[in-house]
Design a protein around this ligand. Structure first.
Ligand SMILES: [Zn+2]
Length: 50
């Protein structure tokens, strides 16, 4: 396991040490940048292992 990546549709790429970290990052990005509540499930679907 070497980390996970989530690419937001806006082009921002978030990277985390594991899926939980990148999910949390994506949720905070979605909230602060898009004023959108991303569920754990949605974020996990977008997460890709590096
Ligand atoms: Zn975005």
């Amino acid at each position: 396991m070497s980390g996970h990546t989530i690419e937001c549709p806006c082009g921002t790429v978030m990277r985390g040490a594991d899926e939980d970290a990148v999910v949390a990052e994506a949720q905070s990005h979605a909230k602060s940048v898009h004023d959108m509540d991303l569920t754990d499930e949605q974020a996990r679907e977008m997460a890709r292992p590096n």
